[in-house]
Design a protein around this ligand. Structure first.
Ligand SMILES: C[S@@+](CC[C@H](N)C(=O)[O-])C[C@H]1O[C@@H](n2cnc3c(N)ncnc32)[C@H](O)[C@@H]1O
Length: 426
């Protein structure tokens, strides 16, 4: 007599595979209807809804519109991104695709992208259960695959507590990644679910402007009785930390602002682009990474700055597309002018005392508006990023016969509030 099969024990769930992959090749043929397959019933198959994942994108306050436009263009979510309540630096949307979708790391105006996992649990301790842990491990896995990273760290009030220590150990086992409490590459943040009973309004909190998670929940591991979110930063380091930046330069503009400037100015393949006072070339590099240009020129009066641009341009793989010159752009001369007239002029003049002085900034801005006009083609555009708002406004009034202001966008970055002026040549 053959033994009767043992009934499955209700208290011991069957082991589940950690991830289920869609079948490929012959296996896919076995499960996917092929042309000519007979259907038992001729009714149309129900439309498949692609898997979606809740995602939060952090950015520098002031850039919400340009970030939302980039998300929509690049990722085409079913609904446009919306602000996370109470935050001016975080948008959220349902991403139609896997969490290890490389397009998520292609957002150039974003500081960081987080996968958001929401758990209906009263306290972080419950996340250690076999029911929840695999979801967190899977998101960590996706982030690791995207960025080729192997370490993670927690950001949470009370992350030294025994609950978080245990969670770190379990996650490490489940994901086969190492927990480095202080310098883990993939940031995993814990917060109460916004809008839940005890939840606050915490978004992914890019507010520390590094793509980190500035504020953390005060509840700690003890918790209350609301839901909890786990946010996993995708790809490891913040997106704003560009791999092309091999040469640092004092006063270099944040690369996400530069990417926003490129988009606000309009990316046109036929544009002849000049980056005046280019410093280490951030505006030029981000413009060229956004799309082709007919001509691209970088010029600065400092040879050291032009060397920094050269190194960054090379690291970005753009050397063949760029011409560089050492010259005073407020004075006549310089070989860079030969590449003009320009359809797009980009500039962030000196601010503070790093490359200039407040005393000279009025003269520099006034002369810059004139110099840019002289090298700009009819119908051309000028974008000025400046911290000297009062000075710039005054100079623009004086130069109203040269430039028409199309828009001004205020950005918040590291305690500074520069403004992006989009100007059309008259
Ligand atoms: C704020 S920094 C530009 C930083 C740059 N956007 C970057 O990301 O590295 C201003 C630059 O203007 C340059 N500069 C100042 N006056 C200039 C002039 N008259 N002609 C050319 N360059 C000038 C300085 O050498 C400095 O590199």
């Amino acid at each position: 007599m053959s033994p009767r099969p043992r009934p499955a024990r209700a208290d011991r769930p069957e082991p589940q595979p950690r991830r289920s992959r869609p079948p490929r090749g012959r296996d896919a043929r076995a499960t996917t209807p092929q042309r000519g397959d007979r259907r038992p019933d001729r009714r149309p198959a129900p439309a498949r809804t692609p898997a979606t994942h809740r995602v939060e994108v952090t950015f520098l306050p002031g850039l919400a519109d340009v970030v939302a436009a980039e998300v929509t263009e690049l990722l085409a979510p079913a609904s446009p991104p919306v602000p996370v309540p109470g935050r001016d630096d975080t948008l959220t949307f349902a991403h139609r695709g896997p969490l290890d979708d490389p397009r998520l790391l292609g957002l150039r105006t974003a500081v960081a992208v987080f996968a958001v996992l929401t758990f209906d649990v009263p306290r972080p301790k419950s996340l250690t259960s076999g029911e929840h842990l695999p979801r967190i491990a899977a998101a960590l896995d996706a982030s690791a695959r995207l960025g080729a990273r192997r370490t993670f760290r927690f950001e949470a009030a009370g992350r030294e507590s025994s609950v978080f220590q245990r969670l770190a150990t379990l996650l490490s086992e489940a994901s086969r990644m190492d927990h480095h409490a202080d310098d883990g590459e993939i940031l995993v943040r814990f917060r109460r679910t916004p809008g839940s009973r005890a939840g606050g309004t915490g978004g992914a909190r890019g507010a520390d402007r590094t793509g980190g998670a500035g504020g953390v929940d005060r509840a700690g591991a003890g918790g209350g009785d609301a839901g909890w979110d786990v946010l996993v930063r995708l790809g490891g380091p913040p997106l704003s930390a560009r791999t092309w930046r091999v040469a640092d330069y004092p006063g270099a503009v944040n690369a996400t602002i530069a990417a926003a400037i490129a988009r606000l100015a309009g990316v046109r393949a036929g544009d002849r682009v000049a980056n005046l006072m280019c410093g280490s070339g951030t505006l030029l590099v981000e413009r060229l990474l956004a799309g082709p240009a007919a001509v691209a020129v970088g010029v600065d009066m400092s040879a050291e700055a032009v060397d920094a641009t050269r190194e960054n341009v090379a690291a970005a793989g753009l050397t063949e597309r760029v011409r560089l010159d050492v010259a005073d752009v407020l004075e006549p001369g310089g070989t860079w002018r030969d590449a003009g007239p320009f359809d797009l002029v980009l500039v962030d003049p000196p601010w503070g005392t790093t490359h200039g002085s407040h005393a000279t900034s009025a003269a520099v801005h006034a002369r810059l508006l004139e110099a840019a006009h002289a090298v700009c083609a009819p119908g051309g555009r000028l974008v000025v990023l400046t911290h000297e708002i009062t000075v710039m406004e005054r100079c623009l009034r004086v130069a109203s016969g040269l430039w028409q202001e199309r828009a001004a966008v205020r950005v918040f970055a590291k305690g500074h509030h520069p403004r992006i002026y989009l100007l059309d040549r008259r």
